[in-house]
Ligand binder design. Structure first.
Ligand code: COA
Length: 385
């Protein structure tokens, strides 16, 4: 497959109490149009990703909002797949292009999570798991990931310090990213001493709740060439799912949906994991990054924490992981996150990332997860030779 990414933009992520949902979405959409050198009238269809606005912002029907922002009244649809909403919206955009229905589409995503009481944000996020068996009885996302973390530590004998190094690395990268929610380097001691959220996960093992928006513009390769905006293409887009409830799984320490989506993506792109230069993985919790790197095929099972401790996943290491700072430090406005990952890959492949530029970046992979491994999408992007 070959779909051109001709525009990409992302707002800074953080606590934006002076900006509305609409303000953030408008900022990302207009900047992406600008980046593509297009006018609103050139867009033929819009897909906008969002998870929580109904509950946290009192707003649904974001499809109409996204089109309204551009002043055009074209087909525009809101897509939801929990924290993977953005990645699923990208797949919807690709389908519209591949069907021949459109030549150029906009895919945007937005979330506004910091204006409400944290308990409400936690409850809203928890609706991404099986509410009947998990949310209703009081489990939280950090709580469920703490169970996964304990099981992994027990099975593979990794230390708490090794796990903390995931957050240390991602904060190091985030400090280099002007759009990151947290631009502060942290140490292993900081992680271990930060407040306990769900044993063994502390505050600094968790991604934050953030406000933010991201937008990309996709087109057929022919359209991209015609307007001189070719250069970065999506060469694989896959999706898989698993049981909604963690309690219905046979195993906690590997996620089937990531493995399936990854295997298919590598097959479609006709490449192997060792061909990839950088990845943006869904590090909602430090353990999530470790498991994702193994499920995606970059490291053998039980070895990714050791590889992290050896510095293999740092910027310009063996495989650059989360050069943006990841969800941990760049932030996690859930509806925008999957698209924000692609913005980072596009800017890296174009060579626009300044101090956090990955040397000679040619192939990037994005991994996005909705719920606790229940919905996963993988995208592979390549720089045109
Ligand atoms: N990493 C680093 N710093 C964080 C942080 C995080 N994840 N979350 C909050 N902070 C900072 C805040 O900026 C604040 O700093 P300040 O005192 O300098 O202003 C301080 O820590 C306290 O923030 P507060 O908002 O009171 O934190 P909290 O205890 O309400 O929330 C978590 C912290 C970790 C519980 C919350 O961020 C969370 O629930 N994260 C997980 C989100 C999630 O489940 N996402 C879905 C995953 S798929």
């Amino acid at each position: 497959m070959n779909i051109a990414v001709i525009g990409a933009s992302c707002t800074p992520y953080g606590e934006w109490w002076d900006k509305s949902l609409r303000d953030l979405l408008a900022q990302a959409q207009l900047a992406a149009l600008d980046d593509a050198g297009l006018a609103a009238k050139d867009i033929q269809e819009i897909f906008v990703a969002n998870m929580c606005a109904g509950q946290l912002s009192g707003q649904v029907n974001l499809g109409a909002m996204a089109a309204d922002i551009l002043g055009i009244h074209i087909p525009s649809t809101r897509i939801e797949g929990a924290c993977a909403s953005g990645a699923l919206a990208i797949r919807a955009g690709i389908a519209a292009l591949e069907s021949g229905r459109a030549e150029v589409v906009m895919v945007s995503g937005v979330e506004k999570m910091t204006d409400v009481d944290h308990a409400l944000a936690t409850e809203s996020l928890m609706s991404a798991t099986d509410y009947e068996t998990e949310g209703f009885v009081g489990a939280t996302f950090p709580g469920l990931f703490a169970l996964v973390t304990r099981a992994y530590m027990h099975q593979f004998g990794i230390t708490r310090e090794q796990l903390a190094l995931v957050s240390v690395k991602n904060h190091k990268h985030g400090a280099l990213n002007p759009r990151a929610h947290f631009r502060k380097e942290i140490s292993v001691t900081d992680v271990l001493k930060s407040s306990m959220v769900a044993d063994p996960l502390t505050l600094l093992d968790c991604s934050p709740v953030s406000d933010g928006a991201a937008c990309i513009i996709l087109s057929t390769p022919a359209f991209a060439k015609e307007i001189g905006k070719h250069g970065v293409n999506i060469i694989a887009s896959t999706q898989a799912s698993d049981t909604l409830a963690l309690s219905h799984r046979k195993e906690f320490t590997q996620f089937y949906a990531t493995q399936q989506a990854a295997q298919q993506a590598f097959m479609i792109a006709s490449i192997k994991p060792s061909d990839v230069d950088l990845v943006e993985v869904h590090d909602a919790f430090s353990m999530a990054e470790i498991i994702a790197l193994e499920d995606l095929g970059f490291f053998e099972r039980g070895t990714a924490a050791f590889a992290t401790a050896e510095g293999k996943t740092v910027l310009n290491g063996q495989l650059t992981v989360n050069s943006s700072g990841g969800l941990k430090a760049k932030g996690h406005p859930v509806g925008a996150s999957g698209i924000g990952q692609i913005v980072e890959l596009v800017q890296q492949l174009r060579g626009q990332c300044g101090v956090r530029q990955v040397n000679n970046a040619k192939i990037g992979l994005a991994h996005s997860m909705g719920g606790l491994g229940a919905t996963v999408a993988v995208h592979i992007l390549a720089k045109e030779a």
